[in-house]
Design a protein around this ligand. Structure first.
Ligand code: ZN
Length: 293
């Protein structure tokens, strides 16, 4: 599931058409019956977004079992939830800071957790997104994978990087086989990133700035088919982004040689290639960052 669209702060969010029961709670500020909501007794890893507009509101790490009958959180995602005096003159109502959807009420001083706060939220006001669906993968081949990994793992929002091989057909290729230059495999870096903190476009731009996308026979001093420049796109959206960036570079006069190819099986490289520069405390000989955008 692609959730990029959820996180752009300035992007207008499309509001969901609500069912009658959703409207009763979200618009008319009703309350669902206790112990009936979908997320009351639910503790999976992920993020809770606003049912109406999709804005991220709560993290699963802040959810706790209050046994009060509604999902309870002792913290909110910063800036996501607005606290307003309730019409009853007593309680504090919580609403989505983006679209104003009614969420529930917030209480303090009850002693449930160390933070001493309880956001008491109607399940029906929320939509849960599992953690797995929030991570995305990108695959870049730009010469020696040690250097590409070195830069990618320092980028904001990158959760992990792995070096390996993509593009060939033989199962379980070894470094020696790939080095022969005739397997079809390219030295490739798998980048796992959090789209709440970065975007595919940012990472792809970085990719085009840490290697020379105009070199046709390899990268830097590393010559051979296994070192050529390629973006292995994991979905159509990634393909469009990479294609757009190549178009921008071409307009700027770069004769881009980078090929766009659909992602295939990624074979992890031998352990001694992983985090190479980190382990050896050296700087890449093969890659430097050059501003191109
Ligand atoms: Zn909202």
């Amino acid at each position: 599931m692609n959730t990029d669209h959820l996180y752009g702060q300035d992007t207008p969010r499309k509001l969901k058409t609500l069912t009658a029961e959703e409207k009763r709670v979200i618009i008319d500020k009703g309350t669902e019956r206790p112990f009936t909501g979908k997320y009351d007794d639910f503790f999976e890893d992920g993020v809770y977004t606003c049912k109406q507009c999709g804005a991220p509101l709560y993290r699963s790490g802040d959810k706790f079992a209050s046994h009060c009958g509604w999902p309870s959180f002792d913290d909110e995602i910063p800036g996501a939830v607005k606290h307003v005096p309730d019409a009853d003159g007593q309680r504090t109502e919580i609403i989505c800071n983006h679209c104003g959807a009614h969420l529930g009420h917030v209480f303090s001083g009850e002693g449930y957790t160390a933070k001493n706060v309880r956001h008491c939220v109607n399940s029906i006001s929320l939509q849960f997104l599992p953690a797995d669906s929030l991570q995305q993968k990108a695959y870049f081949a730009g010469g020696c994978f040690w250097g590409v990994e070195y830069y990618m793992q320092q980028a904001e929002g990158v959760l992990s990087t792995t070096v390996g091989y993509m593009g060939g057909t033989k199962a379980k290729p070894t470094y020696e086989e790939v080095c022969a230059g005739n397997t079809g495999y390219l030295e490739t870096v798998q980048v796992v990133f959090d789209p709440r903190k970065t975007s595919y476009e940012k990472l792809a731009k970085l990719f085009f700035e840490i290697h020379d996308p105009t070199q046709t026979d390899g990268q830097g001093p590393d010559i051979g088919q296994q070192y050529v420049s390629a973006v292995f796109y994991a979905n159509e959206q990634q393909k469009e982004v990479a294609d757009k960036l190549i178009g921008i570079l071409k307009k700027k006069g770069f004769n881009v040689a980078t090929s766009l190819r659909p992602a295939a099986t990624f074979w992890k490289a031998e352990n001694y290639h992983q985090d190479y520069y980190k382990h050896h405390q050296k700087l890449p000989y093969c890659h430097t960052r050059v501003k191109r955008f």
